[in-house]
Design a protein around this ligand. Sequence first.
Ligand code: P6P
Length: 354
Amino acid sequence: MVNNQQPEIQEHYLDRDCTTLSRHVLQQLQSFSPEAQDLSAIMNRLALAGKLISRRLSRAGLVENALGFTGEVNVQGESVKKMDVFANDVFISVFKQSGLVCRLASEEMEKPYYIPENCPVGRYTLLYDPIDGSSNVDINLNVGSIFSIRQQEGDDTDGEAKDLLQNGHKQIAAGYILYGPTTVLVYSMGHGVHSFILDPSLGEFILAQENIQVPHHGPVYSANEGNYWQWDESIREYIRYMHRHEGYTARYSGALVGDFHRILLQGGVFVYPGTVKKPEGKLRLLYESAPLAFLIEQAGGRASTGTQPILDVVPEELHTRTPLAIGSTEDVQLVESFIADWIRRKTDNEAIAK
Ligand code: P6P
């Protein structure tokens, strides 16, 4: 059949289909230096991990032992899903013999995985949440993997990976893989945010959107209102404001990556505040909040704990948690304003009481 598309349109689609992830990374870095090649290779390995996990998820209901719990509890105190373990092992297997990284730090492992002596040691550390939102796995709803790449600093001879306990500005690259109706990989190396869609017929992630910019404002607020009575009064006042004012709508999937992706493309805010009992919140800084904060700032948005930019937070330990408000600048600032007002009133009342 003769393709009746205009030649220039046909060329555009062919060029797009040839803009694979590794080629795009080199274009981004505008370099073919060894470091650029390493980063391009790292992104390629992340894409391979995404394909392997996507394939497993797409057949999970048909494959023995793919779904359900392992019976173990991880360092987070959370029940471990079989898919958590599978995905965590995928990242280790994909990077173990790559010669690209020296450590892998995961939500599922108390300590970083050090590349065994028989593996060439690279200069990078991969921090990742292998399956974010794993409570969605057994019910076929979207889940994701979140990743962050940092440079190793020092020789880490004590194996404590203290060089990772630095703020999010130290990240070289960050991104996520969203396993939904399509598998989407979104990444940034500090030169804008770009998305790729896995074309199963090619087995390649193909460029979908370049330089994504989050709208300054959006209608969506994403929060688990089941925690309403555990929140500080400032957050409860914010939520009541959302209820009373036209133009807002609630969306919450139980998987941060899916909720974040919606907000990245359509605007709005995702809020996971601390509670009175757990003021630090639930989300982990190094491999959940910080990578997404890197992305949202690259996309022109904002990410804070409610009182401090996420990228400025210095973790005390590998699994440090922070409260999170992330998304459109105007919508994150609205959350921050309720917290600032509440602190101001509390301070004034304490001064009056003295
Ligand atoms: P809750 C998944 O466990 C996760 O880390 C995020 O993906 C998600 O946004 C959040 O926790 C859901 O937590 O308390 O609302 O079930």
